[in-house]
Design a protein around this ligand. Structure first.
Ligand code: ADP
Length: 164
C-alpha cells in the first residue's frame, strides 16, 4: 500500500510545545510526516533557518516517521516535489481560522488536489505561539513551560549574544 505522507509547514521560530503537540497527533495518523521550515528571507526571524531546523531535529529525535526539512517558494510546489497532497496545519482558536482558511483556499486554487488537514492542540497550548514565546523572552520571562529545554537554552544564549 502507498505510504501516506503529509507535510507540516511553518516558521517554527522557535518550535513550541504547541507545534510538538500537532506533530504528535499528525504522526500517529500519517505514515510519514515532513516538518518543513518555510524560508522567508524578507521576514525578520529570531533564529536562522539552520537553527530552527536543528532545534526541530533535537525535539523530534527518536521519532522514526517524522523528518525535518526546509523549503523556499510556493508550498504547493514543495508538496508536489514530496509526492504528496496533504498539508497539516494547527488550529488554536477561532482567530486562526480566517487566516488558515485563506491560505488553504489559495493553495487549493493553485493545486486542486491538495488537502489541508487541521489538528487541534491540547487546551493548554491553545494560546501558545512562537511570537508569544519571543515576546516573553524579550523581557527575560520564563518560557520553560512553553518550549523544550534545548530551546530555552538557545533563547538564553541568543539573548546573551544580543545584549553584548
Ligand atoms: P506561529 O508563529 O504562530 O507559532 P508557525 O508558522 O510556526 O506559527 O505555525 C505553523 C502552524 O502551526 C500553523 O498552522 C499554526 O497555526 C500552528 N500552530 C502554531 N502554534 C500552535 C499551537 N500552540 N497549537 C496548535 N497549532 C499551532
Amino acid at each position: 500500500m502507498k505510504k501516506k505522507v503529509a507535510v507540516y509547514p511553518g516558521s517554527f521560530d522557535p518550535v513550541t510545545f504547541g507545534h510538538l503537540d500537532i506533530i504528535k497527533r499528525a504522526s500517529t495518523i500519517f505514515d510519514h510526516l515532513i516538518v518543513s521550515v518555510f524560508v522567508h528571507s524578507a521576514k525578520k526571524h529570531m533564529f536562522s533557518v539552520e537553527e530552527r531546523v536543528a532545534m526541530l531535529k533535537t525535539a523530534l529525535k527518536g521519532k522514526k516517521n517524522v523528518s525535518v526539512d526546509c523549503f523556499e517558494g510556493l508550498l504547493v510546489d514543495y508538496v508536489k516535489k514530496k509526492k504528496t497532497k496533504v498539508v497539516i496545519r494547527g488550529l488554536r482558536a477561532i482567530s486562526d481560522l480566517d487566516y488558515e482558511f485563506q491560505i488553504a483556499a489559495a493553495n487549493r486554487t493553485l493545486y486542486p488536489d491538495i488537502e489541508t488537514v487541521f489538528f487541534m492542540p491540547r487546551q493548554r497550548y491553545t494560546y501558545l505561539s512562537s511570537s508569544v514565546v519571543r515576546d516573553i523572552a524579550h523581557f527575560s520571562g520564563d518560557v520553560s513551560k512553553l518550549v523544550p529545554p534545548h530551546v530555552v537554552k538557545a533563547i538564553a544564549a541568543r539573548r546573551k549574544k544580543d545584549a553584548k
